[in-house]
Design a protein around this ligand. Structure first.
Ligand SMILES: NC(=O)c1ccc[n+]([C@@H]2O[C@H](COP(=O)([O-])OP(=O)(O)OC[C@H]3O[C@@H](n4cnc5c(N)ncnc54)[C@H](O)[C@@H]3O)[C@@H](O)[C@H]2O)c1
Length: 449
């Protein structure tokens, strides 16, 4: 029997509808991340910058044996929408168009923004569904009024239909880039579509604005990706709607700076059976996101998302001597002088052979939105692919997109994979599977036959 580092079973290819027409991207929250993404797409379209950090634009997928020399680009391998296909709209509580919002965010060089000004100025925010109780540090004038939360959901659905018509888009995706909302847990209102709709009519206070966007999108058959740590689609009601309407969901919380590093380093410690006694992570950042996270309610939502990572990677129940007693602390400090240029500091106390202690210090001087923008691009393209794919459109949660999230959604009861390289393998094997290519297992014995 021949052995292979590509698994033996060769699945048949899934049926994928071609991507004809435009893809409309709808973004609740036109702040730093959203404007850096949209400006970046336009800059790449104009040939004045490269889409660095984007797997869909720059990545490849190895196919078959290592000796086959087949590594097509992702864009050649699966039928993704092109950057030229993308059209945009959004919602925000502020009235700034994307040029003004990008200028305010201060992420991109003003000279670059000025080259993109006509395009960016044309993307204007629709009035938002907003509740100050959920985001305490900001307030703005561009907000919808309604008799009930159901009324607000109907207004969002009308916005979606309007954008579909006026943009001529053949498909739509909603990508949440709005602020982090206050921490809440699911209640009876979130357990089914029936209960949720009753709660919408009653304007139940446990329904956060992001959930109203998600409900409106899924009701319109539009996939929803969640870039914030909010509960939004992590709820039975949304899973039910997603599956019923073939509108994929994924989330949550973009994995950009510190957590990206954590999910690279922690698997390395576990691989080498090095122990961990403490991991202290602190951040200083001065953008609007940092200001919102200065509120304890919003911080708690972010903290929960950042803290779960180590537990799942290190599996203390399996390795009590190595990981049974870890002190893990995450802090976020609002420090205006830094703007979007965050500094993420990690002090890591590990121990090796015979328990001898060692320390690692990581000081990541990163740019938050520069790291987030390519993730947004990949997510909208992959989520659109999922909706055109017979095998993925009806399954609800797209766990294969865990690669992009701090707190990946999974089927109920299933623990998430946080290790970046397991996540990457899962993503690429999903693409291989969809195309009927052999999965890569890295066994590789056939090279020694
Ligand atoms: N690297 C990163 O930048 C990163 C990483 C992970 C997660 N995130 C999350 O992504 C989100 C966006 O980050 P950002 O840096 O762009 O923040 P930002 O403050 O610049 O932008 C958020 C925008 O959302 C708007 N908003 C808030 N509530 C809204 C609502 N209900 N409807 C419409 N608009 C609303 C705000 O007015 C603001 O313009 C945040 O939740 C953040 O925590 C960002």
């Amino acid at each position: 029997m021949s052995t292979s580092d590509a698994a033996q079973q060769q699945p048949s290819a899934a049926s994928i509808t071609p991507h004809s027409g435009k893809l409309g991207i709808m973004i609740p929250g036109m702040g730093a991340v959203a404007t850096t993404f949209v400006a970046g797409v336009e800059a790449v379209r104009k040939g004045i910058a490269h889409p660095i950090g984007s797997l869909t634009q720059m990545g490849t997928v190895r196919l078959g044996k290592r000796t086959d020399g087949r590594s097509p680009k992702v864009t050649e391998f699966v039928p993704l929408a092109t950057l030229d296909d993308l059209v945009f709209t959004g919602w925000d509580i502020f009235e700034d168009n994307m040029y003004d919002a990008a200028t305010h965010a201060g992420v991109l060089d003003q000279r670059l923004l000025d080259q993109l000004k006509p395009f960016l100025s044309s993307v204007k925010p629709r009035a938002a569904v907003f509740d100050h109780n959920y985001v305490k540090k900001i307030d703005g004038p561009n907000v919808k009024k309604g008799k009930s939360k159901m009324d607000l959901a109907e207004q969002l659905r009308a916005d979606i239909r309007d954008f579909r018509k006026t943009s001529g888009a053949s498909r739509l995706v909603t990508m949440w880039c709005g602020s982090t909302e206050s921490y809440i847990e699911a209640t009876a209102a979130h357990q089914s579509v029936k209960a949720f709709e009753k709660a919408l009519h009653e304007s139940d206070e446990m329904i956060a604005p992001s959930m109203i966007y998600a409900y409106a999108s899924l009701m319109e058959g539009v996939p929803f990706a969640n870039g914030a740590p909010n509960l939004t689609v992590d709820l039975p009601v949304m899973l039910e709607l997603s599956r019923k309407n073939d509108a994929p969901i994924c989330g949550k919380d973009f994995k950009t700076g510190q957590t990206l590093m954590k999910t690279v380093l922690a698997p390395a410690f576990k691989a080498r059976l090095l122990g961990l006694s403490g991991w202290y992570s602190t951040n200083i950042l001065g953008n609007r996101d940092g200001e919102v996270l200065d509120d304890p309610g919003s911080f708690k939502t972010k903290e929960e998302s950042k803290l779960g990572v180590l537990e799942h990677i290190l599996q203390p129940a399996l390795y009590p001597d190595l990981y049974g007693n870890i002190f893990h602390k995450v802090r976020i400090n609002y420090y205006p002088p830094r703007g979007d240029n965050k500094e993420g500091w990690d002090n890591i106390d590990i121990f090796g052979w015979l328990g001898y202690p060692m320390q690692i210090k990581v000081d990541f001087l990163c740019r938050d939105s520069i790291l987030a923008a390519p993730i947004v691009l990949d997510l909208v393209l992959f989520v659109d692919l999922a909706q055109r794919c017979s095998e993925l459109k009806g399954i609800g949660i797209q766990e294969w997109l865990s690669f992009y999230f701090k707190s990946p959604m999974t089927a109920p009861g299933l623990y998430p994979e946080h290790d970046l390289f397991i996540q990457l393998m899962k993503l690429k094997n999903t693409l291989r599977h969809l195309k009927g290519e052999e999965l890569i297992t890295h066994l590789g014995l056939e090279y020694y036959d």
